[in-house]
Write a protein that binds this ligand. Sequence first.
Ligand SMILES: [Zn+2]
Length: 123
Amino acid sequence: MPSKLFAILKLKCPQCRKGNLLVGNPYQLRNFNKVNDYCPHCKLHFKIEPSFFYGSMYVSYGLGVGISIAIYILLLLFGLAQGMIRNFIIISISLILLMPYINALSKVIWANLFFKYKPNSDN
Ligand SMILES: [Zn+2]
């Protein structure tokens, strides 16, 4: 049984924690931001209402702020935080590179707020 954190980080279905929530890899630009209509494993219908995943933008914002702070702390710890503009550029580039994963992660976290884990949901 995969843990909730592990299932979220691996972008799995909130109900069975086995099927993928996204159509493809977050960095695969052809399927960028596309969510499966149904879980490929347990057939859970992900889009319970139109524009359901728009709400994940709130989660995405929170993740972005959190990751920015974490990067700044890492820069301080390694003595690399030299100058406001340099820090800003490093944080911006990091966020741009992480953006597809942050986006996917926020959708999985959003879905986890609405669906409960059912260990025996193997249809
Ligand atoms: Zn599933």
